[in-house]
Design a protein. Structure first.
Length: 183
């Protein structure tokens, strides 16, 4: 009698069943970001702000429209995240240092409101200057994690100097937008 072997007994590979791709979750993003940066919370805040303000294609920049007018995207992100450092002891020390420097070089009888305005302006300038560096570092980490793409737009795009009066444009990936619930 003829014996038909069972296909499962032969050890043949099972037919490949196409698997549905699982939608990314926020926990996946957290894990991915924490594997590439020392400041995952800050990077995730940057990613969330970009996702909230991005257009339908997931892009933001080079400028963001604010109440004060058009602002470079890094300065806008910096301003949005600046309140995080208000309670930091280094920020308070910097504010006191700026205040004492301005008072020391001010003539006697100067209006205290003018001194305070000058102090606020100098503190804001210093916060933005240092914040732009923090934003750039966080964005570089997000690019490394594959959640964001960055390119530059503006004058002299092909210039060897990356600065060259160009501003950053950030594009959030579809995977990140989906995980953040923005798509």
């Amino acid at each position: 009698m003829f014996h038909q072997p069972d296909l499962f007994e032969l050890g043949l590979p099972a037919a490949k069943v196409p698997q549905r791709r699982r939608a990314p979750k926020l926990s996946d993003l957290v894990s991915r970001v924490s594997s590439v940066t020392r400041r995952p919370r800050y990077a995730l805040l940057v990613l969330d702000l970009i996702a909230r303000e991005a257009d339908t294609r997931g892009r933001i920049g080079p400028y963001v429209q604010t109440e004060e007018g058009r602002v470079p995207v890094r300065d806008w992100l910096c301003g949005a995240l600046a309140p995080l450092g208000n309670r930091d002891c280094r920020r308070r020390a910097m504010i006191e240092s700026v205040r004492s420097q301005i008072i020391a070089r001010s003539p006697l009888g100067r209006d205290p409101r003018e001194i305070e305005r000058e102090c606020d302006e100098e503190v804001r300038h210093r916060v933005i200057r240092s914040g732009r560096t923090s934003i750039s570092r966080a964005v570089s980490d997000l690019v490394k994690a594959g959640l964001l793409q960055r390119h530059y737009q503006g004058y002299r795009v092909d210039h060897h100097n990356r600065g060259a009066q160009r501003e950053a444009v950030y594009s959030i990936t579809l995977e990140a937008r989906t995980a953040l619930g923005r798509y």
